[in-house]
Write a protein that binds this ligand. Structure first.
Ligand SMILES: NC(=O)C1=CN([C@@H]2O[C@H](COP(=O)(O)OP(=O)(O)OC[C@H]3O[C@@H](n4cnc5c(N)ncnc54)[C@H](OP(=O)(O)O)[C@@H]3O)[C@@H](O)[C@H]2O)C=CC1
Ligand SMILES: CC(=O)[C@@H](O)[C@H](O)COP(=O)(O)O
Ligand SMILES: [Mn+2]
Length: 381
């Protein structure tokens, strides 16, 4: 069981649920980090008494300092602050719950200190998964996924002694709020429509990604990096109920699945307590009252983001960093009301066409690919 945690992105959906679980498990908190939500960060700081609080935005960090001057807490800002929160010596586990590839450098810093990474920040794995997993191996840092599908797979892999026994991973996908719609209907979908996920309450960026199915595309790449498998061994199946969180098919034909109510506190708790299991106060899944479980193939024509992610995964190198950077910018524009829903895949596809891919990519190559992809989207909208 982990002893002390640091939470990067503590004010977000995963961050708040992590602190809920930390409270239940009685885990001390060494550091909290946020972008600019200083009102919630102040409440969290008063409750959990971390030694370090980070507010990425400098102006908000300045205001935060005066709000907590009665407390013994060091306040930092910017990337330097995030890196210090990730490497703080008191923490043995870092929960990466920031959204976007801003999490990359802090994650690498935590890995260099040999800390366990409770990994929610999928964009980092998508952009730089090979680099991150190699670093984790070199530094002996445990990587335990928080993303519900990858946690399900991680749980189904316990006891697997030889990865060559795996035939494939099957990621389940809810289909999002627009399941069954065609490309013409999708053009009319608004920000409010896209933010209505059928089963999960999450931050805005990932919720829009679920509506385009880019989330599942990012998760295919995340699974390839976490479990070091080729694209041909990662499949996606639509499962509207989000109860079967994902499955592993073994070479003898056995298919193992992890089921549960759609509640992220379960994978978060497991990432903190692994290899043990902590007590969950919530009622478990009731098979007799849950809806019938259904499965169907994904529609790659109406939802091109999943195809674009698979193409980037197949290409390799910096292609996934370009895909991700373009998607982060396009989703940001959609959330600001500056582009329509179906322009998200159009902008991502056009950035993929215009930004050159590099192989054997260094960290600098990945950061450069991300910058170019963002510039390509902003230059074309
Ligand atoms: N929500 C979920 O159920 C799931 C989420 N994930 C993944 O987890 C990650 C977090 O998602 P979610 O919690 O939904 O997102 P939210 O938008 O709810 O929260 C994002 C968090 O990141 C913080 N943040 C953003 N930018 C910075 C920055 N530059 N420096 C420091 N902190 C920053 C935000 O701070 P502030 O509040 O100040 O803006 C906030 O605390 C994503 O990668 C997502 O894909 C994966 C599976 C499920
Ligand atoms: C909770 C979680 O892990 C999300 O990534 C969730 O899986 C989104 O659901 P869909 O992408 O299946 O809509
Ligand atoms: Mn997921």
């Amino acid at each position: 069981m982990s002893k002390v945690i640091s939470v990067l992105g503590s004010t977000g959906s995963i961050g708040r649920q992590t602190l809920d679980v930390a409270g239940q498990l009685g885990l001390p908190v060494a550091a909290l980090a946020t972008n600019r939500n200083i009102a919630l960060l102040e409440q969290q700081t008063r409750q959990f008494r971390p030694r370090l609080a980070v507010v990425y935005e400098e102006a908000s960090a300045e205001q935060f300092r005066s709000r907590v001057k009665d407390l013994e807490v060091k306040v930092l800002s910017g990337m330097e602050g995030l890196i210090e929160a990730a490497s703080i010596k008191e923490a043995d586990t870092v929960v990466t719950a920031v959204v976007g590839m801003v999490g990359l450098r802090p994650t690498l810093a935590a890995i260099e200190q040999g800390k366990r990474i409770a990994f929610a920040n999928k964009e980092t794995l998508v952009c730089a998964g090979e680099l991150v997993m190699d670093a984790a191996y070199r530094h002996g840092a445990e990587v335990v996924p928080v993303d519900s599908e990858h946690s399900a797979i991680f749980q189904c892999l316990q006891g697997c002694r030889d990865r060559r026994e795996l035939r494939r991973l099957i990621l389940t996908c809810s289909g999002g709020p627009f399941y069954g719609k065609n490309s013409e209907e999708l053009k009319e979908m608004t920000r409010e429509d896209a933010l209505r996920h059928p089963n999960w309450k999450m931050g805005p960026k990932i919720t829009v990604d679920c509506a385009t199915l880019m989330n599942k595309g990012l998760e295919v790449i995340e699974a390839m990096r976490l479990y070091r498998l080729p694209l041909s061994q990662v499949d996606v199946v639509i499962h509207r109920q989000s109860i079967v969180h994902s499955l592993v098919e073994y070479r003898d034909g056995a298919v193992l699945a992890q089921l549960g109510t759609p509640d992220m506190r379960l994978p978060i708790r497991y990432a903190l307590t692994y290899p043990c299991r902590g007590e969950n106060p919530e009622p478990p899944l009731d098979l007799l009252s849950c809806p019938p479980l259904t499965f169907a193939p994904p529609d790659l024509e109406s939802f091109p983001c999943l195809r674009l992610a698979m193409e980037a995964a197949q290409e390799g190198g910096t292609a996934c960093a370009v895909l991700n950077g373009a998607n982060e910018e396009a989703v940001g524009l959609f959330l600001k009301g500056e582009i329509g829903f179906t322009e998200i895949p159009e902008l991502v596809e056009s950035a993929r066409r215009s930004v050159l891919v590099k192989w054997n990519a260094s960290l600098e190559d990945i950061l450069e690919a991300d910058r170019c992809a963002r510039a390509a989207v902003l230059g074309r909208q």
